[in-house]
Design a protein around this ligand. Structure first.
Ligand code: ZN
Length: 338
C-alpha cells in the first residue's frame, strides 16, 4: 500500500508541475501565473490524495488524527502560498556597505544561487533571506552560516573584489541554501545536517552545469582523505560527533556526506528515484524550521513508502563504522550509481 501511494504521489507531483511552477521565477516581481493556475485547478485532487497519503499509519513518528489533519492543512496552505508567488522573491540585506556595481554583481550571484538550488531541491516553503557582510579575504565567500530562527536567514561574508564568475563557481551559497531544505536538527545531529548540505552542494552545482568534473569525482576527492577516521569499531555517528567537537570540520562534513551517498544509492538502485527528488517532495509537504533527526528520517521513509532512512540512521548510530565505510576508494571510484 505504501509503495502504491508513494508512486501515485510522485506521479501527481510531476504531472501537475507544482514544483516546476515557480522555481525558475525568483526574484520575479510578479507571481508566475499560468503554471500555478494549473496547479490550483488540480488542487482538490492533490489534497484528496495527499490526505490519504499523509494519514498512513507509518507516516511521521507520532501519527495522530490531529497531526494528520495538521499536515494536510499545511500542504493546502503551502500550495496556496506557492501559487500566490509568496516564496518567489528573495531578500538581500546589507547592501549599504557595498558600491552600486558590487550590489548588482552580488544580486546576480544570489539570484543564480537561489535558482540553481530551487532547480534541484524544489520550492522552499519560506522566503529566502540573505545578509551580505563585506570581508576582505583570499576567496569570494570566506565565511557563511544559517540562522535557524524565525525567519530563517543566510549570512554570507563576501569579498566583493572577486569577479562574478568566482562567486558563481564557489560552493558556499549552494551549501547554505541546501541547509534550509531540511529542518534544524539540533546540535546532536549537526554532523548529519552538514553531511546533507555538503552532499547537496555538488548535486545543485552539477545540475546547474557549474561543477568542474563529475559529482562522483568531487565526492571521492573530498571524502577519501577522511576515511581513516571511519576505519573503526565505533559507530559513524559518534565518530562524526567527536570530529565536530574537535573542530575537524572537513572530516566531519565529508565523512557524514557518505550517509547521503549511501541513501542516494539505495534510492536509485531499489526505488527508482533519487535523494534530490525526494527532498523536493519533502519541502512541499513536510519541511519545517525545526524537527528531530528521527522525525526527518521517518518523514522521508513515509514519502518514499519504504524503510530506508530510519534503519540507515540506526546503523550510523550503532554499527561499527568499518562495516559501512570502505577502507579506501578504488581508483576511478564509482561512489554513486548515476
Ligand atoms: Zn554547513
Amino acid at each position: 500500500m505504501h509503495m502504491y501511494l508513494a508512486l501515485d504521489g510522485m506521479s501527481l507531483f510531476k504531472s501537475i508541475g507544482v514544483r516546476r511552477a515557480c522555481r525558475k521565477a525568483p526574484p520575479c516581481k510578479s507571481p508566475c501565473k499560468s503554471p500555478c493556475t494549473l496547479a490550483l485547478s488540480l488542487f482538490p485532487a492533490l489534497l484528496l490524495l495527499l490526505g490519504a497519503f499523509l494519514s498512513q499509519p507509518s507516516f511521521g513518528a507520532s501519527s495522530s488524527p490531529d497531526t494528520q489533519a495538521a499536515r494536510v492543512e499545511r500542504v493546502e496552505s503551502r500550495i496556496k502560498r506557492i501559487n500566490a508567488g509568496e516564496f518567489d522573491q528573495f531578500e538581500i540585506h546589507g547592501f549599504k556597505r557595498f558600491s552600486a556595481p558590487d550590489k548588482a554583481k552580488l544580486t546576480q550571484w544570489v539570484k543564480v544561487g537561489v535558482n540553481a538550488t530551487r532547480d534541484t531541491l524544489g520550492v522552499y516553503p519560506s522566503r529566502l533571506i540573505f545578509h551580505l557582510v563585506p570581508k576582505k579575504s583570499n576567496q569570494p565567500v570566506p565565511w557563511a552560516y544559517t540562522r535557524r530562527d524565525t525567519p530563517q536567514r543566510i549570512y554570507l561574508h563576501v569579498d566583493s573584489r572577486f569577479q562574478q564568475d568566482k562567486f558563481i563557481n564557489d560552493w558556499t551559497i549552494y551549501h547554505e541554501i541546501s541547509h534550509l531544505a531540511i529542518p534544524y536538527l539540533g546540535s546532536r545531529y549537526a554532523w548529519l545536517a552538514e553531511g546533507f548540505a555538503s552532499f547537496m552542494q555538488y548535486q545543485v552545482m552539477a545540475k546547474a552545469g557549474i561543477l568542474a568534473g563529475t559529482t562522483e569525482h568531487n565526492y571521492t576527492k573530498k571524502i577519501a582523505p577522511h576515511l581513516k577516521w571511519f576505519n573503526s569499531d565505533l559507530p559513524p555517528a559518534s565518530i562524526a560527533r567527536r570530529l565536530m567537537s574537535n573542530k575537524q570540520y572537513p572530516a566531519a562534513y565529508w565523512g557524514s556526506a557518505y550517509f547521503f551517498i549511501l541513501a542516494d544509492n539505495i534510492l536509485q538502485e531499489q526505488h527508482n528515484t533519487q535523494l534530490t527528488t525526494l527532498i523536493s517532495q519533502y519541502q512541499f509537504c513536510c519541511n519545517e524550521p525545526h524537527a528531530s533527526a528521527e522525525q526527518l528520517m521517518s518523514d522521508l521513509d513515509g514519502l518514499l513508502g519504504a524503510s530506508v532512512f530510519t534503519p540507515l540512521l540506526e546503523s550510523f548510530e550503532s554499527s561499527p563504522a568499518r562495516q559501512l565505510y570502505p577502507e579506501d576508494f578504488p581508483k576511478q571510484a564509482d561512489l554513486t550509481r548515476k
